[in-house]
Design a protein around this ligand. Structure first.
Ligand code: 13P
Length: 343
């Protein structure tokens, strides 16, 4: 039986589960591998992703869906099993990044527009045949002097809405990701500025989604948390981040949206976990709030693995730990002592 968009969306944000963003493009995964001195090749990328997807306990208990890159959704494990089948066997849903990346927006220095709408209907149909039941499109909003402009926000929101409509038409749940950067070229803004820009961005995004007749019950929002820029020097508490972030959602995200799954955006692993947990302790949330982390789920695992086959078990243990901690956070039950015990 074909699952409805609503059923898939609800499954992606089921209690204590979240998403693994493993959809780094070839240029981004190269940057991650450079950090451990590993050459990025078709095979090393396969080995790395296979290690994560074969971390059975982590995948079965804590990961509702995995966002893949075009290469990965077509790739087989060393023994020939499609990586998609390994994900499905763990009870997790395969998803696919379908945007073509953020490119300079002509006339708007320092701003970008995400490409990839042309031919997207054909690609979505193929991805669905390959097993994808949800997709992701990332729009990037940079904060800087005079940035963002209303025009860049609007252009990106319209692209997100066009993407979301094509996904829903293809029977694929769109993850709508408007990322207000914490680590852009000028990351010196304070938390109040992030708050203001994220509100403005989410307002325009939902305006465009509604105008494009998107079924809000069949999508997931993937936003940033409200945090100061990486180079601001501003110190904030987890509680402040949690309260501000939830307040922004109350002002901008319709209750019809079933779930909000965060990007980590450059936050430390345990820092992102703590903030997620504190949000889930706030009473009367109308949406499920969980994780869709890339770096904050993978960083410790990538380091423990280091590209060496003898370290696969260590890499999987590190991944299991972060998945477990974030699962607790999605339930509002994470405690700092649990991090120390593992260390
Ligand atoms: P990070 O959690 O590393 O920000 O990645 C999530 C993601 O999917 C960005 O598009």
């Amino acid at each position: 039986m074909t699952e409805s968009l609503q059923e898939i969306a609800r499954r992606l944000v089921s209690p204590g589960k979240g998403l693994l963003a493993a959809d780094e493009s070839s240029s981004t995964i190269k940057k991650r591998f450079d950090q451990i001195g590993l050459t990025s090749t078709f095979d090393t990328r396969r080995d790395y992703r296979e290690m994560l997807f074969r971390a059975d306990e982590a995948m079965q208990k804590y990961i509702s869906g995995v966002i893949l890159y075009d290469e990965t959704i077509r790739q087989n494990a060393q023994d020939g099993t499609p990586l998609v089948d390994i994900i499905k066997a763990a009870g997790s849903i395969p998803g696919i990044k379908v945007d073509g990346g953020a490119k300079p927006l002509p006339g708007f220095p320092g701003e970008t527009i995400t490409e990839g709408l042309d031919g997207l209907d054909t690609r979505l149909a193929e991805y669905r045949r390959l097993g994808a039941r949800f997709a992701k499109w990332r729009a990037v909003i940079a904060i800087g002097k005079g940035l963002p402009t209303e025009e860049a926000i609007r252009a990106n929101a319209q692209a997100l809405a066009r993407y979301a409509g094509l996904c829903q038409q293809a029977g694929i749940v769109p993850i709508v990701e408007p990322e207000v950067l914490m680590d852009g070229a000028e990351a010196t803004h304070d938390i109040a500025r992030c708050d203001e820009v994220t509100r403005q961005t989410l307002d325009v995004v939902f305006e465009e989604l509604v105008r494009a007749r998107i079924d809000l019950t069949g999508m997931i929002l993937k936003p940033n948390m409200i945090v100061p820029g990486k180079d601001s020097g501003q110190i904030v508490t987890g509680q402040e981040v949690a309260e501000r972030t939830v307040a922004v959602f109350h002002a901008t995200v319709p209750h019809a949206v079933p779930g909000i799954a965060f990007l980590s955006g450059g936050q430390e692993g345990a820092e992102a976990t703590e903030r997620l947990s504190l949000m889930n302790q706030i009473p009367n949330l109308p949406w499920k709030i969980t994780f869709s982390f890339g770096r904050a789920l993978q960083h410790s695992s990538l380091e423990a693995w280091g590209g060496k086959s003898e370290n696969v078990a260590a890499g999987q243990r590190a991944f299991l730990h972060r998945c477990h901690m974030n699962s607790l956070a999605a339930l509002g039950e994470w405690q700092p002592e649990l991090e120390r015990q593992a260390a």
